[in-house]
Design a protein around this ligand. Structure first.
Ligand code: XMP
Length: 321
């Protein structure tokens, strides 16, 4: 039967048998799946694993530090970090179209990952690539009815196309709750284990309009406030996820002190869901919403309105892009 510790010991022997004494690489995204997959492989083959974190500068507040510091402390994994935020910002300059953003981010990610991979192992090829593929991903990509392709889903742990690796996918038979149990069993930080789903292209698809450094900073602060208040209200594990979206192209009139303002709105998109295929808008208590609204507009003078998205999926998607 399936307990976290039996999954761990079972996977460790499978990974050892598969990998032998060869080298393994794993891309970390900041998410729970890649972190748990990497932690399992680390337990199995130790220093034969090198983790690579391509920091695209599009994560939320504190998430890059979680990978660089907390993950390494918890697992003892060998981690190579490459700060690519300027490269991604540069590549995204002038781009507003959602699918174009995704394509650029996917392309740049693979290039950055390849650059690092080629420099490892004294230039000798690395045989294995760890992927945090879950059971629902396996089913979804085998489905072939196109439903999964409404948006081109780019996972930052994604497979580089022209580097040849054999895949190691220790989570292939697991559902999310089992992955979380395994993560706790492996002593990963709670923040990481209970992280809500977050898209690979990160905050870039939560800024409606062009992505700039200034807008990223703004959204990062607003998002941190929302996450803090949702956690404080004990809602973190009840809400599937809560995208916080900056409508950077929209301006509305506000008033602050004696002056008229002309700022952008922040849109809150809290949803409940079982599997992200369908979703309902989450009935977040009014007092929590009030706190969020007050804190965001007090902290960020560029934001003069906070709005709530009350649409189910379908017809809307969870993300705004
Ligand atoms: P939508 O917006 O399609 O999102 O209702 C469904 C789930 O997928 C996540 N999402 C993504 N995840 N790369 C990802 O890794 C992407 O490009 C992407 N787009 C959406 C979204 O956060 C939600 O959990």
């Amino acid at each position: 039967d399936w307990t976290a510790s039996s999954i761990v010991s079972d996977q460790i022997s499978r990974i050892r048998a598969e990998v032998g004494d060869r080298r393994v690489i794993c891309g970390l995204s900041g998410g729970v799946d890649s972190a748990v997959a990497a932690a399992l492989v680390q337990r199995a083959v130790g220093d034969q694993l090198t983790c690579v974190f391509v920091d695209h500068g599009l994560l939320r507040k504190g998430e890059a530090e979680q990978v660089k510091k907390d993950f390494v402390e918890a697992t003892g994994a060998d981690l190579v970090v490459t700060d690519e935020s300027q490269r991604f910002l540069g590549a995204l300059e002038g781009v507003s179209d959602p699918e174009t953003k995704r394509k650029i981010i996917g392309r740049e990610f693979i290039r950055a990952f390849e650059d690092v991979a080629r420099g490892l192992n004294d230039g000798q090829p690395i045989d294995f690539l760890v992927q945090g593929t879950l059971y629902p991903d396996v089913v979804e990509s085998g489905g072939g009815d196109g439903a999964a392709n409404i948006k081109s889903h780019h996972n930052v742990g994604g497979l580089p196309k022209d580097l040849k690796f054999t895949l190691v996918e220790p989570l292939r038979a697991l559902f999310k709750d089992e992955v979380r149990a395994v993560g706790s069993e492996l002593n990963l930080p709670d923040e990481m284990v209970w992280r809500q789903p977050f898209p690979g292209p990160g905050l870039a698809i939560r800024i409606i309009g062009e992505v700039t450094g200034e807008r990223l900073e703004l959204l990062r602060e607003a998002d941190a406030i929302v996450r803090e208040e949702i956690r404080a209200a004990g809602l973190n594990r009840k809400i599937w996820q809560c995208p916080v979206v900056l409508l950077a192209n929209v301006h509305s009139v506000g008033v602050q002190g004696d002056g008229r303002t002309y700022g952008s709105p922040i849109m809150l998109r809290p949803v409940t869901s079982e599997d992200a295929m369908t979703a309902d808008w989450a009935r977040v208590p009014f007092d929590v919403l009030e706190k969020i609204s007050t804190r965001i507009t007090n902290a960020l003078p560029q934001i003069n309105r906070v709005a709530l998205d009350i649409t189910s999926k379908p017809p809307a998607t969870i993300e705004w892009e």
